[in-house]
Design a protein around this ligand. Structure first.
Ligand SMILES: NC(=O)c1ccc[n+]([C@@H]2O[C@H](COP(=O)([O-])OP(=O)(O)OC[C@H]3O[C@@H](n4cnc5c(N)ncnc54)[C@H](O)[C@@H]3O)[C@@H](O)[C@H]2O)c1
Length: 249
């Protein structure tokens, strides 16, 4: 199936590693011109260079998604180097896990600012260009944690909020042929997850209890992102695709 995104410009945030990097690579494999956005410029450049070495068109753009000025600057840089953004993947995010009693205001703000405000700022910045072209795809990377997780009040709230943003943006922008969807991954085997002290327990639990008995792979999530970003997904909007091995609770 031709996904119909040849030469579309894709801006993936937090794409220097993990899920975002694989999503950017798979978008490039489908012919998209990709911008690797990340707060870490060296890692972003290394990832863009890796894609260019494979023959793809890829640039690195430093961005702090929690800053409106930084986001607007990055979106303008993508537009100048490639063309206005057609596909936005709001992927930047991290955890700062603590039970609520020990959670500092800064733990709350840092996670909510990057995950939720970051997606708002990036969406706001790319929308005028998409509206002008009457074509756009926005994919927000939520998490199964939107359903609630002990120790993750900040992360869970931000990821749940992202679904509200997804629905609202889908309702506002359908008339411009812009779709807005979310992907909610379960536990995915990334460096961030492997570095957790109880990684082995997480892996064993997944193998013992999930309907699909393994941890997720970055490819599993990236494939869902790429499909939602495609021409072929043009009649799907405001939806959430769970990539969680069958775990919903
Ligand atoms: N790995 C999982 O199990 C899992 C599960 C559910 C959801 N997710 C979500 O998927 C996304 C990617 O996760 P990952 O596991 O690949 O993580 P990762 O740490 O490999 O990648 C996240 C990237 O975001 C970048 N980043 C952090 N703050 C930023 C900022 N302010 N501006 C721009 N970039 C910033 C980091 O530098 C990093 O490269 C995140 O939103 C995460 O919450 C991951």
């Amino acid at each position: 199936m031709d996904l119909g995104i040849q030469d579309r410009v894709a801006f993936v945030t937090g794409a220097a590693g993990g899920i975002g990097a694989r999503a950017a690579e798979m978008l490039a494999e489908e012919g998209a011109l990709v911008a690797i956005g990340d707060i870490n410029p060296d890692a972003a450049e290394a990832e863009a260079a890796r894609l260019r070495d494979t023959g793809f068109t890829a640039i690195a753009v430093q961005v702090d998604v929690a800053s409106a000025a930084s986001v607007d600057q990055a979106v303008a840089a993508v537009s100048q180097a490639l063309a206005p953004v057609d596909i936005l993947v709001n992927n930047a995010g991290f955890t700062r896990d603590k039970r609520i009693g020990r959670m500092e205001e800064s733990d709350w703000d840092s996670v909510v600012d990057v995950v939720l405000k970051g997606a708002f700022l990036c969406t706001k910045s790319v929308l005028p260009g998409m509206i002008e072209k009457k074509w756009g795809r926005i994919v927000n990377i939520s998490s199964r944690a939107y359903l609630g997780n002990p120790g993750q009040a900040n992360y869970s709230s931000a990821k749940a909020g992202l679904l509200g943003l997804t629905r609202s943006m889908a309702l506002e922008n359908g008339r411009y042929n812009i779709t807005v969807n979310a992907v909610a991954p379960g536990i995915i085997d990334t460096a961030a997850v492997r570095n957790l002290p109880h990684f082995e327990k997480i892996r064993t639990n997944a193998e013992a209890s999930l309907p699909l008995p393994r941890l997720g792979r970055v490819e599993d999530v990236a494939a869902a992102i790429v499909f939602l970003a495609s021409e072929q997904a043009g009649y799907i909007t405001g939806d959430v695709v769970h990539v969680s091995g069958g775990r919903y609770g």
